[in-house]
Design a protein around this ligand. Structure first.
Ligand code: PXG
Length: 463
């Protein structure tokens, strides 16, 4: 076996990567021509690549490294647990201390009567659990025909058959025979792109009422649940109008529909409260969590379930569902230490009252840039809508994503990880971001926008 180290020349690593590593959500042939960027180390909010570049990671990895990189205590928690009990399962009437302790901790942190934890290894498989759980719940209540789960276009709920079916990404449904049966979709509350002449408030209500119309169309007796991210992340940081969530809650309550809040991105501080459900005063029956639960240091996800749903399912006999790594002791130990850091260092308060307001002020000023039609931010989730015509909120004539990709390339080239979704530029930095970090972030973002404007003018893509 070759030993592959951080010290090999970048080109050699890229060649081996192209030869043997299939990347997620990647055009493999195109990547092989270009070569992947290779990250070798990270500390705080800063990545180092194989060329020695220092990069500000304004995406917290993939929306997950909430406590930042380089936390020794997380390494120690993992090492301690591996020495003591590296693995045991939680099937067959068995349990262990890390799984028990984390479940108790999450029950205490989660709002309302969300007191029961079913573990997974990430967000996708936790959402698969949710599909089976809500259908099984209604069957246990004597309503087995309540099976349909309503989701939204442009939602992201994972890449498994269930998760991707719940998701509303057309490109994903086009591959592999999706969606599975009994999943329906309604519109997203994306005022900037789809709100037309309505005010954001009117549009938020109209979008929420699509749920009521869909329930009427399907028949209340067939609908099990509605699932949504409090703020859509992968869809492009779509922050709903203030009118949206109260109306969704009213409709779910009125029609006996379970509400699943997918908190995989919003959970653990990102919106300025511990959970996005608290930011929007939602009372979900189930929350999906992953990512920030361990700050990405180790894979873990979970469904946090209400007393009513958990007790009903428990009374109905065996729930024939589970994963080898449900409640993995090392993952639970790391998650517990990660939650201790989030609480002891008041990281949620940094988002709400510390760095957060400063980031908001600077981010919203980016709306003055000629290329930016809208600058939105909630907690540590920000989006810029790029446009050739601010007043009309107009899209570019070029294919969606052409300009966004140019901007992303200038951003990465300038050592800022700011992503694009179509022609929206997005950030979701680690929750430890400081005010000096904000100045660096904004300076690099402005430079990327300036270079993008110059390039698209030159290429005739502007107007
Ligand atoms: N729900 C939400 C809301 C997510 O954002 C998942 C579920 C699935 O979690 P796992 O752990 O199975 O990946 C996610 C994941 C992107 C991107 O491009 C976002 C995610 C995953 C991959 C890419 O923004 N979010």
């Amino acid at each position: 076996m070759t030993s592959i180290t951080n010290h090999m020349p970048t080109a050699e690593l890229q060649a081996l990567d192209a030869a043997h590593h299939m990347h997620p959500f990647t055009d493999g042939a195109a990547l092989a021509r270009k070569g992947a960027r290779i990250i070798t180390r990270a500390e705080g909010v800063t990545l180092t690549d194989s060329e020695g570049q220092q990069i500000l990671d304004a995406m917290a990895g993939l929306w997950c490294v909430n406590v930042g990189y380089g936390r020794d205590s997380l390494a120690e928690a993992a090492a301690r647990q591996i020495r003591e009990l590296p693995y045991y399962n939680t099937f067959f009437q068995t349990s262990h201390v890390p799984a028990i302790a984390l479940a108790e901790k999450l029950a205490g942190m989660a709002p309302g009567d969300l007191n029961h934890v079913f573990y997974a290894s990430g967000g996708s498989d936790a959402n698969d659990t949710n599909i089976r759980l809500v259908r099984h719940y209604w069957a246990a209540k004597g309503k087995p025909e309540k099976k349909v789960i309503i989701s939204r276009h442009n939602a992201y709920h994972g890449s498994t058959m269930g998760g991707a079916s719940l998701g509303g990404m057309k490109g994903m449904h086009a591959q592999g025979g999706l969606p599975i049966p009994d999943i329906a979709h309604i519109g997203q509350p994306h005022w900037y792109a789809e709100g037309g002449d309505m005010t954001p408030g009117e549009f938020g209500l109209a979008c929420a009422r699509e749920l009521e119309a869909k329930i009427a169309e399907l028949g209340e007796g067939r609908v099990a649940a509605f699932i949504a991210e409090p703020i859509q992340g992968a869809g492009g940081v779509i922050i709903p109008p203030a009118t949206y969530w109260p109306e969704i809650q009213r409709i779910c309550d009125a029609h006996e529909i379970l509400l699943i809040a997918d908190e995989v991105i919003c959970g653990f501080g990102r919106t300025g409260a511990m959970f996005g459900s608290q930011t929007y005063a939602i009372h979900p029956d189930i929350m999906t969590v992953a990512k920030g639960l361990s700050s990405g240091y180790i894979p873990i996800g979970a469904s946090i379930v209400s007393d009513e749903v958990a007790n009903t399912v428990a009374a109905a006999g065996e729930f024939t569902h589970g994963y080898t790594y449900s409640g993995h002791p090392v993952a639970c130990a790391v998650a517990l230490e990660n939650l201790r850091i989030i609480e002891d260092e008041n990281l949620v308060d940094n988002v709400a009252n510390g760095t957060g307001p400063y980031l908001r002020e600077k981010w919203e000023q980016l709306a003055d840039h000629p290329l930016v039609g809208d600058a939105q931010i909630a907690g540590f989730m920000g989006a810029l809508a790029l446009t050739p015509d601010k007043s009309a909120r107009a899209p570019f004539a070029a294919d969606t994503g052409t300009v966004g990709l140019i901007c992303r390339n200038h951003s990465f080239g300038g050592n800022l990880i700011m992503r694009h979704v179509g022609d929206r530029m997005i950030i979701a930095p680690p929750l430890i971001l400081s005010k000096p970090d904000v100045d660096v972030l904004i300076g690099r973002a402005v430079r990327a926008l300036d270079l993008t404007l110059a390039e698209i003018r030159e290429k005739g893509l502007y107007r």
